[in-house]
Design a protein around this ligand. Structure first.
Ligand code: GLC
Length: 752
């Protein structure tokens, strides 16, 4: 990117427009701690797909020329622009935040043609070894202590420093390793925790892009994109929580879900008829293991044609769904975007007649292959296409389907990737696959969300595999095709924590692992680790061992029952976290660093997490181990199982036999709990239990009908519980718009 000398600058509305010899840079003050940097090197407009509406708030700010520098200040940030095109960000008090790197880029490893030939002959991916060139690029200074978090679902560990990632939604059936650069989602949002400060950057560009976080050099990190504008939002904040608040202010918060969606869910690609499904659901009830969701994978359709139902195998339309609902199950059906190319199939006929499918550059409907064989790809970037897709969900909601699982929406394609020039639209604007690839899943989810919302009036339950920044407004996510590997159980913790810090409060991984085959021990440890993960679903693949708890013997059944019941007891706490998160953007499952960012021990803490601020979960993530080294941050913590008080700021060794997942509750906690049930709605929640630990504290608890939007019209009850050092507990009702509990029972742990 060439800029040349700064020729002039002007202040206009909330912007400073800098005119360089060869380019223009526009700085926009969004609010006192968010500044957008925009270089229209592609188009004059932002064309953001993740930020809806104008987020600019009235803000006091100044701009001045100081020597050859242009200095923009708000009450919280200072941006300094000058020679060439360098923009450095500081806190208002001068503490450095993101400064540009002024040196030369170090080229990637040079390989001879001979070496490349040899490596490729054995199947090595040499693209990872050589430093690619990006036409849109920014290099930033890297300090020794900088740590990176966020970036959505990227594989590997919590702290992303020293790795390189590519934002290009990819269907990866192979075992996801820590060196995979892309998975299913593209969330170009980064949190940088420095020694003295924290900041965030969101690179809002949907083209294929790269974040090299100190892999190429320990002196700099860089962002590069294949095309599009350089369009990034710099975010300040006094804490990681404030940075996340700023990011979700821009891209939206995860909305409050329906209460039942926090319950346990069973899935498998391989229930091939109504009998298979009924056998599983009956077994759950027979064994007394709570279960709410039952998922229908692709086999329920006729020839994998979306919005059809295979009556031969799955009973007449609506019958099976009705029977399952009578037993308290909530059926969720999969919907893939690839629409079977077949004359006479209504979806294909309509899509072609209305011109709703993506096309090649010659103007023919583009064809690739997915489950149904040759398929067409709806052009979801257009409102009318989304509307059409949304309306077809009536077929599912009329039958009583309770949620929709969107898969294969990277979009997946079995005959090679869609060429970059396949014609798609961004609303009325004609564009191509290169720009729309990473938002294909995003727009599909928006269509599904709108359809379910309009058709049912309830809060839509949508699960997606692919998405972009901002999709959290429409859909929950799962981490795709993981495998029954201990390394994938380990990866679940940082992956869900980073998704949470990237706006996706409602995320989960396939419990037990999708591919490969689980062992009794692995499934036991997995259910323990996942009991507090927001999306709580066991799913496995055709061909492999079945993965319902009873496939592994009685001990595994008991462990599953114990942790699924535990989950049901904590449902009101999880629901409260979602209720708060809808306003703050904070996730449910949080890495320790989010609340203890001055504690070095938390920076790379991959094997523990917090649930809200009050619960710390330290699952066993290795085979053959019956002890866990647990790190407890500052303060006093209470062992959930024994009530024992343990001082924080230290590592302890906790016994963890196969049925024990170490859980700690912070001092001064008040945690709402229910009695476990077989499913949400089995019996009314008349009693609220309050789990308390010694120490003063206060907590707000929200209750509503758990299904629709009435709470937004005041139909909810909000309690506040306050407890002093003498353990006197006071209950207040802050808002009265929904049924109160019949009784509130305090269950103290920890001696008092
Ligand atoms: C993909 C999904 C998986 C699903 C399968 C069949 O692999 O990731 O969850 O079961 O397709 O639909």
């Amino acid at each position: 990117m060439e800029f040349g000398k700064l020729l002039s600058w002007e202040k206009k509305d909330n912007q400073v427009i800098l005119s360089y010899e060869k380019n223009q840079v526009i700085l926009s003050v969004i609010k006192d701690d968010i500044i957008n940097v925009f270089v229209p090197c592609w188009e004059k407009e932002h064309y953001s797909k993740s930020i809806e509406g104008d987020k600019t708030l009235p803000t006091e700010w100044q701009v001045e020329q100081e020597g050859d520098k242009i200095v923009l200040t708000t009450s919280k940030l200072k941006a300094v622009a000058g020679e060439g095109f360098f923009i450095d960000f500081y806190k208002a008090d001068g503490t450095p935040l993101m400064e540009e790197f002024r040196g030369e880029r170090k080229k990637g490893m040079e390989l001879s043609q001979k070496s490349i030939r040899l490596l490729e002959a054995e199947g090595h991916d040499v693209s990872k070894l050589t430093g690619a060139f990006y036409p849109v690029m920014k290099m930033m200074k890297l300090d020794k202590e900088d740590k990176f978090y966020g970036l959505g679902d990227k594989s590997g560990f919590l702290n992303k420093r020293s790795y390189e990632y590519i934002n290009w939604n990819s269907d990866i059936p192979q075992a996801h390793n820590e060196d995979y650069r892309s998975l299913y989602k593209s969330i170009p949002f980064l949190i940088c925790l420095k020694e003295q400060a924290v900041y965030g950057v969101f690179y809002d560009n949907t083209f294929r892009s790269c974040l090299n976080l100190g892999k190429e050099s320990q002196d700099y990190f860089f962002y590069g994109a294949d095309d599009g504008n350089l369009d990034y939002y710099f975010m300040g904040g006094e804490s990681m929580a404030e940075v996340i608040g700023n990011y979700t202010y821009l891209t939206g918060c995860t909305p409050l879900p329906q209460f039942w969606t926090l319950g346990y869910q069973q899935s498998r690609w391989g229930y091939e008829c109504a009998g298979d499904i009924k056998e599983v659901t009956s077994k759950y009830r027979e064994l007394g293991i709570p279960c709410d969701g039952i998922h229908f994978d692709i086999d329920y359709m006729e020839d994998f044609k979306v919005f059809t139902w295979d009556e031969a195998e799955y009973k007449e339309k609506g019958k099976l769904i009705g029977e399952l609902k009578e037993q308290g199950f909530k059926p969720v059906t999969i919907i893939d975007p690839g629409t079977k190319a077949e004359e006479g199939y209504f979806m294909d006929d309509e899509g072609r007649e209305k011109d709703y499918f993506a096309k090649d550059t010659e103007g023919n409907v583009y064809v690739n292959e997915v489950w149904p064989g040759e398929s067409h790809y709806p052009d979801f970037g257009r409102k009318e296409v989304r509307q059409w897709w949304a309306d077809h969900h009536k077929f599912l909601t009329d039958m009583g389907v309770c949620g929709v699982w969107n898969d294969m929406n990277e979009p997946a394609s079995f005959k090679g990737e869609l060429p970059l020039d396949v014609v798609f639209h961004d609303e009325a604007r004609t564009t191509n696959h290169a720009e729309m690839h990473n938002v294909y899943g995003h727009y599909m989810c928006q269509a599904t969300f709108d359809g379910l919302q309009k058709l049912t009036g309830k809060r839509p339950f949508v699960i997606t595999r692919a998405c972009y920044a901002g999709t959290q407004k429409y859909s929950t996510v799962w981490t795709g095709d993981n495998q029954s590997l201990w390394s994938h159980l380990q990866m679940m913790v940082p992956q869900l924590c980073n998704l949470g810090m990237s706006g996706f409060a409602f995320a989960g991984a396939d419990i037990g692992g999708f591919g490969a085959e689980a062992t009794p021990e692995l499934l036991s440890r997995w259910i323990e680790a996942a009991a507090f993960s927001p999306l709580f679903r066991n799913h496995s693949a055709k061909g492999g061992r079945r993965q319902e708890p009873w496939q592994f013997g009685e001990e595994v059944v008991d462990i599953n029952r114990k942790y699924i019941e535990l989950r049901y007891q904590f449902l009101p706490y999880l629901y409260d976290l979602f209720y708060q998160g809808e306003k703050t953007g904070l996730p449910v499952m949080r890495p320790l660093v989010l609340h203890y960012e001055h504690d070095k021990n938390t920076y790379n803490m991959n094997g523990e997490f917090l649930v809200g601020e009050n619960i710390l979960v330290a699952p066993v993530l290795e085979p053959g181990v019956d002890k866990k080294m647990v790190y407890l941050p500052e303060g006093t913590w209470y062992d959930y199982w024994t009530g024992e008080a343990v001082e924080g700021n230290q590592y302890i060794l906790r016994d963890a036999p196969i049925d024990v997942c170490p859980i700690y509750i912070k001092a001064g906690s008040i945690i709402p709990m229910y009695e476990s049930a077989q499913y949400v709605g089995e019996k009314p929640y008349n009693t609220l239990y309050l789990l308390t630990t010694p120490g003063a504290g206060s907590y707000e608890h929200f209750r509503d009908n758990g299904t629709d939007y009435e709470y937004q019209d005041g139909k909810y009850i909000l309690y506040r519980f306050t407890k002093d050092e003498q353990e006197n507990l006071v209950t207040e009702v802050l808002h009265e718009g929904y049924e109160a509990y019949e009784q509130i029972v305090v269950r103290p742990i920890g001696n008092k």
